[in-house]
Write a protein of this length. Structure first.
Length: 282
């Protein structure tokens, strides 16, 4: 009987750990407060350990399954069809956009990652996250490796998506591209705005369609952060970059799961720190 009680307690505790992690990701409150909610008596160090463990599991085991860039013919066709249906913009397989996730001020004298390298152009310390969305604001790829002072175009230059699309282009696939704002370079597989298009010209129509379709990235980042408020500017992740990155990846996994099960988007999907200068800079 005692063994059965232990097993039941262990299963209940596992579920409790998941709820503690979800509570933090959804609200972004302090860990002490999270541990005291839901009539739990959980200390801040325990909450920290639980958060790291659950996010590690989500990142390692679920990220490859739930956040997938289109590589198969069927997936590519499906994503392209949605952009055509919704925005009358054919052959688009995603919208790439940068968004900043605030972190606590890093160690000033770190020889490899000094604090100044995380200080973004808006004046706070962050990780610059490259996020790619499909037409329904589902995340196709997330890159949380780079420091806040890193320019969007620099992250794009070394990204796996850029390499993949370049390779496919050189192999002869000339009808597939992403959309990006003017902070990104114009490439055969990455379309940006035509800023000086003449009124009523084909270029102006292209730009209109581009702006409408690319708004998916801006709204996607806003919805993602509103759903998981630990990512919002005023919450501040009190972790080193590696752990903060896993929190970001975990929120990406859960965002896509919510989309798959038609969980309603949060009412307020505004993103106060990403309202969007078209030109990104360090």
């Amino acid at each position: 009987m005692s063994t059965g009680i232990i097993i039941i307690f262990d299963e209940e505790y596992k579920i409790t750990k998941v709820f503690i992690c979800l509570n933090f990701l959804g609200h972004g409150g302090y860990q002490t407060t999270v541990g005291q909610e839901l009539n739990l008596a959980v200390s801040q160090p325990v909450v920290s350990c639980i958060l790291k463990n659950i996010c590690n599991i989500l990142t390692i085991h679920l990220l490859p399954r739930h956040v997938r860039f289109p590589t198969t013919d069927e997936h590519v066709r499906r994503v392209k069809d949605r952009f055509t249906e919704k925005f009358n913009f054919p052959n688009v397989i995603g919208v790439v956009d940068g968004t900043h996730v605030t972190i606590v001020i890093p160690t000033i004298d770190d020889p490899n990652y000094p604090a100044v390298a995380y200080l973004n152009r808006k004046g706070y310390y962050s990780i610059n996250v490259q996020a790619t969305f499909d037409a329904d604001m589902i995340l196709l790829n997330v890159n949380a490796r780079y420091l806040g002072a890193t320019h969007d175009s620099a992250i794009w230059e070394v990204s796996t998506i850029n390499r993949h699309l370049r390779r496919r282009y050189l192999e002869g696939q000339r009808n597939t591209w992403l959309l990006g704002d003017s902070g990104y370079p114009l490439q055969p597989w990455l379309r940006t705005l035509i800023t000086d298009a003449a009124p009523n010209s084909p270029e102006a129509y292209y730009t209109k369609c581009h702006v409408c379709a690319r708004n998916v990235g801006e709204r996607g980042n806003g919805t993602w952060k509103e759903r998981f408020r630990c990512l919002k500017k005023d919450r501040v992740l009190h972790y080193k970059h590696a752990t903060a990155g896993k929190i970001i990846y975990s929120c990406a996994v859960l965002h896509n799961i919510c989309s798959f099960y038609n969980v309603p988007d949060p009412e307020d999907s505004s993103d106060e720190d990403d309202n969007n200068d078209d030109e990104r800079s360090a």
